[in-house]
Structures are given as structure tokens and as C-alpha cells.
Design a protein around this ligand. Structure first.
Ligand code: ADP
Length: 500
């Protein structure tokens, strides 16, 4: 079935003021396989809707195992040529893609707001962040040096070289519709790998737009393939195909654990970015104003739906009341609404089920003895909205302390000593990010050493950038994205011996 024969090809909103630039992105509501827009073999479709208004934005083919196998075959064929290109050739294309993403900044940002709901200013930042990875990996790929090693026998020489591993199965979540795919495909393409990507069915449009842009700048057919639809079937096809040598996933611990277990059957390499449960520690010697602002910046980002959002705010008892007042005054007044309204700083949650879950966590904390200082009830704006909520003293046994909240809730708890703060912070196995605020340099160093997380921000709410390795410890994941490490995830090292 061609893309043309499937129902509506319209993508975007019919309502005025909701993404008028999106039409500049000329991608099809289709699968992208071997450089062509394609339908699914099942002829089934699924709808993508706007979390703010519930308007249907597009109907997409519902891909299954056969479509995924077709995409893998295309990626495997393309790999035979792509792996032989020079780093410079790949860098040129990646830089052109970065440039084009910049040219389409506004349509891409609008598309993010439409399918994901975040405020337009945040969505623009998301486009810039996505772009930065293409530029970074273009530059980094050219600086991928091997090693020469002395052999104890002087007639021999050892060389270590890096080679692209093969097809990468990329599986991404809905909370970074453009940046999550960008991080992974920029690194994999720079390394010389080819890709079969499955974006979240809730937000597949930004990934398709990225696929279209990649095609526009001349990435060869088959280097980037995109399928979305039946997640378990697509996942199984990626896991069982021997040409797929890496699974790069961002999402829940549950899915990550499943993919890791199945990938083990063929000893596939995995990169797993799973959830976090970030402590945000505020010491009495912190700049409280700055700490409160940074906390709110972290929580309002994507309505708290980010894996590095502060999940447990631990405040030294001596300044608890003061800090609580600062947070409450600012967070309770945060403008909530539709992402296209300029002054809005917090949009909807991705689905009404996501809002239901946040409400369940809040009810559970209140039933366990926490106090609600603001919010803590369903919003009148619609089923996907949840108001900024501040809770005090949720006990360690309640769900929101143990699980990722993934919503606009600040949960404040007090501590007495530094040792207690460290113990509370490190209690979670979801060790992605942690934050500590103190103006005492020595304490800052101690925190950097003691907080056992993949990312630690000392007076810094966002140490995350394309230049640096990002990833979690313990059950927060395996592998790193960004930095030099991000490139190495897609390369096999080869030891080559020469004997004279
Ligand atoms: P979340 O709960 O944040 O949506 P998930 O882990 O369910 O996290 O989803 C992240 C990504 O993983 C999405 O693209 C989703 O469709 C995909 N996914 C979920 N289950 C599977 C599976 N069994 N096989 C492959 N991909 C899956």
C-alpha cells in the first residue's frame, strides 16, 4: 500500500493559532523505510492526538513485525556502504542536518507542542538541544582516534581501531519527541551505523520530521528507517534479527529490563536510559533563593515529565520553613495552560492516564500523612492537566518517594544531618541524577563524591549538555549518551596485530 492510498495525509491542527508553520515540514504520515514513505502490511492505522485539545493530528500506519523486518533489511543493506564512508563525509551530512534543523526551528517546535504539549519556549529549547547533538557528533566522529600499543616482542605492533557495530534499534519515549531520537541517531550515524527507529506511538511525528530532514540533506536510503505501531512486535523483530547489534532505548525500567533480558540471547549491546528518582538536597548554607528557582525550573520543565526532574526535595530542618515559603510562593503561581499560549510555563501531561497516576501518588502520600500546601486536586483545564502541587513530609514508605513522580509535584522532606541527607538520597536504585545546594565548597566536594548517581549537580540544575556523558547508575540504566562515550556505544573496538 502506498502512503497515498491511506486516508488523510493531513498532519497538524485545523485550529487557528495552533502550529501554522508545521505544514512547512513535508513529511508523510507514514513509515520511513529505505528512503521511501510506506504503509504498513496490515493496513491498520493509529491516531496521534494533541494532549491539550485531544484533536487528532495525524493517522499513521500501524507497523508490525513484517514492516520492521523490511526496515531492518534496508538498514542492513545501507550499512554495507555507510560503514565504509569517511568520518568527514558523515560529518558533512550531520552538519547539514544540524543546519536544516535550525532552519526549521519554528515548525519543529510547533510540532513538539502539538504532539507533546510542552510550552512553545521549552519546545524551541528542545529543538536547539536536538540540533546540538548533530553538531557535536559530527565534530567528535572526526576525532575518533585509535591507539597503538607496544608488544613485548619488538617485531610486532598492536593497533586498536574502532569500527561501526551494525544496525541500531532505537526505541524512544514521548517526553522528548525530537531530542531523544536526535541524541541516539546523531551518535549512531556519526559512528557509521544505520538505524531502525521506533518512536513512541504518542509522539511519532517529530521523529518522522527528523527522518524527512535527514533525507533532504542526502543521507542515503536505508540509513534512517522509522516504524511505529505495535511496540511489542516491533521490539521482538529488533531483538531477534541478528543484523541489529545494538538496542538503544530510553523509557521505563519495566521495558528496559525486558529489552535487556531479550537482548542477552544474542549478546546484543544495549544502551538503556531508564527512569530516575532524583534527590534535590538543600543545606542550610545554600543560597535558598537560587535553590528554589532552580528547583522550580527543574519541575516546570515538561510538567515534571523528565527523568532528571527533582523527585525528593530534602531540606535541612533549620531552613525548611523558609525554603518551603519560597517554593510555594513561586510554584503555586506558575501559569498553566495550553503550550501555544505565550505566558504559559506548564502544559498538560501527556495523557489523562498520566494525570490519573499523578493524582493517585498524591492521594497515596496524603493518606500516609503528607500535607498538601497547594494543588493536589484535578485541574479544571481538562483531563490531562494537573496543577503545580507542593506536599510536605511525605513519608519514605509512600509511592511518590519510591517511584518517579513524572508530574508537577514538589515533595518536601526535612533532614537534620549531612549523613542523614546522603543516606536518604542514596536509598534509591534509580540513580540517574542528584542535586545538592550549599555554598560550602568542602561540602560540595563531599556531595560530589558521596552521591552515587550518573549525574550530580552541585548548585547546578542542568549539568547536561551534548559535550558530556549522560546516563544512570544502578537501575537507572547502562551506557552513556553525549560526550565521547556516546559515540563509543555504537563502535566495536578491534585489536589488530602486525608482525614484521
Ligand atoms: P513510558 O512508560 O515512559 O511510556 P515505556 O517504556 O512504556 O515508557 O515506553 C518507552 C518506549 O518503549 C516507547 O516507544 C514504547 O512504545 C516502547 N515500548 C514499550 N514496550 C515495548 C516492547 N515490549 N518492545 C519494544 N518497545 C516497547
Amino acid at each position: 500500500m502506498s502512503a497515498e492510498s491511506r486516508g488523510s495525509k493531513r498532519i497538524g491542527s485545523k485550529q487557528p493559532g495552533r502550529g501554522s508553520h508545521v505544514a512547512e515540514l513535508k513529511f508523510e504520515p507514514a513509515l520511513l523505510i529505505n528512503g521511501r514513505w510506506d504503509g504498513s502490511t496490515s493496513a491498520r492505522t493509529f491516531a496521534v492526538d494533541d494532549p491539550s485539545t485531544h484533536e487528532v493530528l495525524a493517522e499513521l500506519p500501524f507497523a508490525g513485525a513484517a514492516d520492521t523486518e523490511k526496515a531492518i533489511a534496508a538498514a542492513a543493506r545501507a550499512f554495507e556502504t555507510w560503514k565504509r564512508t569517511s568520518a568527514l563525509e558523515r560529518a558533512d551530512l550531520l552538519l547539514k542536518l544540524a543546519q536544516l534543523i535550525g532552519e526549521f526551528r519554528e515548525p519543529l517546535a510547533e510540532l513538539t507542542v502539538l504532539e507533546q504539549g510542552m510550552p512553545i519556549a521549552a519546545a524551541r529549547g528542545g529543538v536547539d538541544y536536538a540540533l546540538s547533538f548533530f553538531r557535536w557528533f559530527a565534530e567528535e566522529a572526526r576525532r575518533l582516534y585509535g591507539e597503538t600499543i607496544s608488544h613485548p616482542d619488538p617485531t610486532r605492533k598492536l593497533i586498536v581501531e574502532h569500527f561501526p557495530r551494525g544496525v541500531v534499534g532505537v526505541i524512544t519515549p514521548w517526553n522528548g519527541p525530537l531530542s531523544a531520537p536526535a541524541k541516539k541517531i546523531a551518535a549512531a550515524l556519526a559512528a557509521g551505523c544505520t538505524i531502525v527507529m521506533k518512536p513512541s506511538e504518542l509522539t511519532p511525528l517529530s521523529a518522522l520530521a527528523l527522518g524527512w530532514l535527514a533525507r533532504q540533506v542526502g543521507f542515503p536510503p536505508g540509513t534512517v528507517n522509522i516504524v511505529s505501531g505495535d511496540a511489542p512486535q516491533i521490539g521482538r523483530a529488533l531483538l531477534r534479527h541478528p543484523a541489529v547489534r545494538t538496542i538503544s532505548f530510553t523509557g521505563s525500567l519495566r521495558t528496559g529490563r525486558y529489552l535487556y533480558t531479550r537482548a542477552a540471547r544474542q549478546i546484543k549491546h544495549v544502551v538503556l536510559e531508564l527512569g530516575g528518582n532524583a534527590p534535590f538536597i538543600v543545606f542550610a548554607d545554600a543560597d535558598l533563593d537560587r535553590a528554589a528557582n532552580d528547583l522550580i525550573a527543574l519541575k516546570k520543565s515538561n510538567s515534571g515529565q523528565v527523568c532528571v526532574a527533582a523527585n525528593r526535595v530534602l531540606v535541612e530542618r533549620a531552613v525548611f520553613d523558609e525554603f518551603q515559603s519560597l517554593v510555594l510562593a513561586r510554584y503555586s503561581r506558575l501559569p498553566v495552560g495550553d503550550g501555544f499560549t505565550v505566558q504559559v510555563e506548564q502544559g498538560p501531561l501527556i495523557t489523562s492516564q498520566a494525570a490519573d497516576r499523578v493524582d493517585e501518588l498524591v492521594r497515596d502520600a496524603l493518606a500516609s500523612g503528607a500535607a498538601a500546601l497547594c494543588g493536589a486536586k484535578r485541574s479544571e483545564l481538562g483531563p490531562n492537566f494537573y496543577p503545580p502541587t507542593v506536599l510536605n513530609s511525605a513519608p519514605p514508605t509512600c509511592r511518590m518517594v519510591k517511584e518517579e513522580i513524572f508530574g508537577p509535584v514538589i515533595s518536601l522532606m526535612s533532614f537534620k544531618t549531612e549523613a542523614e541527607a546522603i543516606a536518604l538520597a542514596n536509598v534509591t536504585p534509580h540513580r540517574l541524577a542528584a542535586y545538592a545546594y550549599s555554598t560550602n565548597l568542602e561540602r560540595g566536594w563531599r556531595m560530589a563524591k558521596e552521591l552515587d548517581f550518573g549525574v550530580v549537580g552541585i548548585n547546578d540544575p542542568r549539568p547536561i549538555t551534548c559535550e558530556a556523558p549522560f546516563g544512570g547508575n544502578c537501575q537507572a540504566g547502562i551506557g552513556r549518551e553525549g560526550g565521547r562515550s556516546g559515540l563509543l556505544e555504537y563502535l566495536d573496538s578491534r585489536l589488530i596485530g602486525f608482525r614484521g
